[in-house]
Ligand binder design. Structure first.
Ligand code: AMP
Length: 603
């Protein structure tokens, strides 16, 4: 078997020396940083003496800077699909948010009402989110590629009262179902051709909608933030259920403390950074880190309206002088596919820190970062429910490729045994697989699933939040992802994590993507089955199948290696890039596919 070309130089660890880093990390001493940390101290830092009853996310993220020395600093640099970038300073962002908050007030929208935004990464989305928060509305962003049914389902679950969208998206996704959405009182539309300045008359608005630009022009740019308290709902994020309907996770204004602390510790944001979070604001990462965390730090964010394109992305890193980059494994894999030659046509010497989230980051990808990008990729872990990063590979700590890293200051993570009908017990033995749990309460922890109290209660056991992920903790304090507890495979008494099997397959030079499931088997419970897509230039066939089975057996041992391999053109993924293993399984077994609203279009 031919090992991957650079394997011989690779060790189990990528060592870090602080003296080698261009900027001294905030968390230069992990142990001391964790020992000294308290949420109260973060609260004091953000609110100063004003530690009273009031707290408003947008006021902290925008006004704090807009009214101070950073007012003229760029908050967002928008890169349209074509044409010149458009900058929005903190001061201008604050004025536009105020106008938007006044628009809501004029419409009779009150604190606690639900505002949804369904749009691409255009300036109006950012103004509506932040202006909505400042007004006191509970804000939810929907991914613009959702079809009409997923949009309608979320509007119904969330009791959406006001929707901000574009004229085109309204026509395509909402108009036909509007009658069936009684909670939706106001639809404010952005006309795509607004501001094109060619003097041509604008097309008429879709019936039943209001012209957002017109309302904004008429509104005052003075607005005092709503008197929201730290525990008042601020954000609503939908997360896909394994079956049935999506869950609406509620987050409160004090989540700002988590966004701020994690932006500092896990992303190492410093004033003067140019930060690029590639996640769409329709996902929790795009909200917590594409909007809130950088603003809370007064840092400039790049927002690219276009979709992934390897050349464009390298071009952005270069032209925008991005210094901190937060992206996802799918994007990294696509850059890997595009080849090292393309990367070497670009120079981005200011880039100093790269992080990834959303699904497991294969060791191959971490090494690719080190070897091709020139910087290792720092995987980190969190979920919609946690509201912010919980476990991370940190700038000052050695990276163990394939590991999610270590808990951030303020995060108490542990592995527990969680079996139906039995008490939940901590597992202290290193490397034992169990459910990842988080002890205590932190500001960004979700406060409920809308209308699903029982489902919410089931996530907790005393002071433990049970994440539903299986993981192990090694003797050095690093956490390793094993799989969603729903995805884990039980074969002949072994507990097998699909991620481990997928990693081994990805080490083979022919494999582009791998997804692994357990297939029911009368003798051993489940057998491991892998679905594999190939890199260009490789032919599927019996010989390659046998070679892959042999490769996996050599790497993993016969008990864990797949027994079956199927070649597929691509794997079903969510729009945020996660492999939908449950869908692979449902399709394999001919079972109902469950909630597929987040499925990427062509899988
Ligand atoms: P979501 O709530 O949609 O953001 O999904 C959260 C889930 O994504 C987690 O519970 C994990 O199953 C998975 N996930 C996120 N980040 C990672 C990571 N770094 N490694 C492994 N799994 C991850």
């Amino acid at each position: 078997m031919t090992p991957p070309p650079s394997a011989p130089q690779r060790s189990a660890c990528i060592h870090k020396w602080i003296a080698d880093l261009p900027v001294r990390p905030h968390l230069a001493d992990y142990a001391a940083g964790c020992a000294a940390f308290s949420w109260d101290a973060v609260r004091r830092e953000l609110l100063g003496d004003g530690r009273g009853q009031r707290m408003n996310l947008a006021q902290l993220a925008v006004d704090r800077h807009a009214l101070g020395a950073a007012g003229q600093r760029t908050a967002f640099r928008f890169l349209p699909r074509e044409g010149a970038p458009h900058d929005l300073s903190f001061a201008e962002l604050a004025r536009q948010c105020n106008r938007f908050a006044n628009v809501l007030r004029t419409l009779g929208v009150v604190q606690g009402d639900r505002l949804f935004v369904l749009a691409g990464r255009i300036p109006a989305l950012y103004v509506a989110v932040l202006g909505g928060l400042k007004h006191g509305s509970v804000v939810s962003t929907l991914f613009s590629a959702f079809g009409p049914e997923p949009v309608a389902t979320r509007v119904r679950i969330g009791g959406c009262k006001v929707m901000v969208t574009t004229a085109t998206l309204y026509q395509r996704k909402l108009a036909a179902l509007r009658e069936s959405l009684p909670s939706l009182q106001h639809v404010l539309v952005v006309r795509e051709d607004e501001g094109r300045g060619d003097g041509a008359p604008l097309p008429s608005l879709p019936p039943g909608t209001l012209d957002l630009a017109q309302l904004m022009r008429e509104a005052s740019d003075a607005f005092e933030a709503a008197p929201t308290g730290p525990q008042d709902p601020a954000l609503l994020h939908f997360t896909s259920g394994t079956t049935g309907t999506p869950k609406g996770a509620v987050h409160v204004h004090e989540a700002a403390l988590t966004h701020y602390a994690t932006g500092r510790h896990a992303l190492d944001l410093h004033a003067g950074d140019i930060f690029w979070c590639t996640a769409d604001p329709g996902w929790v990462t795009g909200m917590s880190y594409g909007i809130l965390a950088p603003l809370l730090h007064g840092v400039t964010s790049i927002v690219d309206e276009a979709d992934f394109d390897a050349q464009r992305w390298y071009g952005i890193l270069q032209a925008q002088q991005v210094s901190v980059w937060y992206t996802a494994p799918t994007a990294i894999r696509m850059l890997m596919k595009a080849g090292p030659e393309l990367r070497h046509q670009y120079h981005f010497p200011r880039l100093r820190f790269v992080a990834s989230v959303g699904e497991p980051l294969n060791p191959e990808a971490v090494w690719w970062g080190q070897e091709v990008l020139g910087l290792p990729i720092h995987d980190n872990w969190w979920q919609t429910e946690t509201g912010g990063i919980m476990i991370a590979n940190l700038p000052a700590l050695d990276i163990k490729p394939g590991s999610m890293g270590r808990p951030l200051p303020g995060v108490d993570a542990l592995i527990v045994r969680h079996l139906p009908g039995q008490p939940v017990e901590p597992i202290t033995q290193p490397d034992a697989v169990g459910e990842l749990a988080l002890r205590g309460r932190w500001p960004a922890l979700f406060r409920g699933y809308l209308g699903q109290d029982e489902r919410y209660r089931k996530c907790f056991d005393g002071d433990l939040y049970l994440t539903g992920d299986l993981a192990r903790l090694d003797a050095d304090g690093y956490f390793w992802f094993v799989g969603r507890s729903d995805d884990v495979i039980k074969s002949a008494g072994h507990l097998i994590g699909p991620f481990e099997v997928e990693n081994a397959l990805l080490e083979h030079p022919a494999v582009a993507e791998a997804g692994v499931i357990g297939k029911p088997d009368a003798t051993v419970g489940e057998v491991v089955k892998a679905f594999v897509s190939l890199k260009p230039g490789f032919e599927e066939g019996e010989a390659l199948r046998r070679e892959l089975l042999g490769h996996a057996r050599m790497r993993l041992g016969a008990a864990v290696a797949p027994k079956e391999i199927a070649f597929v053109p691509s794997l079903p993924r969510t729009r945020s890039g996660k492999i939908m293993r449950r869908l692979l399984k449902a399709r394999e077994l001919g079972l109902p596919e469950g909630d597929t609203s987040t499925l990427e279009a062509d899988t």
